[in-house]
Ligand binder design. Structure first.
Ligand code: 5GP
Ligand code: ZN
Length: 145
């Protein structure tokens, strides 16, 4: 993955402010943070989508991200953290190497996710849940994106 910026960080070809590294994952400060201490946790192996990251690596990503979140929230500036992962351009993924954001949050940090809340028409939620349940069972036995 010659041109992937995060692969270059993993390989030490470009600098990053690393905060953690083990056999499976690397974590470093986001270059343009939402709040100071915003960290990215990435698999060392290149995957565009988190859906193809092996389960043990994905599990390590979540474990490391949540423990980094704990470290961040114990600092005086923050009270909590968000974990965020964009999978695909329409979801806001800009760097095409799967990564989990750990965003430290304070009650007065003046940052709001633009989170809207729609309402399902009558019967639509049950219908959609049934359709998804069938497809998810199949998807879990597959490995492609
Ligand atoms: P995405 O929108 O793909 O979920 O987030 C990509 C993140 O990577 C952004 O928050 C951006 O600031 C960060 N980023 C992009 N290029 C670099 C880089 O070269 N070094 C570091 N440390 N972060 C980067
Ligand atoms: Zn990569």
């Amino acid at each position: 993955m010659g041109e992937c910026i995060f692969c270059k960080i993993v390989n030490g070809e470009i600098p990053a402010a690393k905060v953690y590294e083990d056999d499976l994952v690397t974590a470093f400060l986001d270059i343009a943070p939402i709040n100071f201490g915003h960290v990215l946790v990435i698999p060392k192996e290149h995957h565009q989508s988190v859906s193809t990251v092996p389960e043990n690596v994905a599990g390590r990503m979540l474990k490391v991200a949540s423990r980094i979140g704990i470290v961040l929230k114990r600092r005086d500036e923050y009270d909590a953290y968000n974990l965020h992962l964009a999978d695909g351009t329409a979801a806001g993924q800009v760097v095409m190497h799967a990564h989990m954001h750990v965003v430290p949050r304070g009650v007065e940090d003046n940052f709001r996710w633009n989170w809207r809340q729609l309402t399902y028409p009558d019967g639509k939620a049950a219908e959609l849940a049934k359709e998804l349940a069938e497809k998810i069972t199949v998807a879990l036995s597959n490995t492609e994106e």
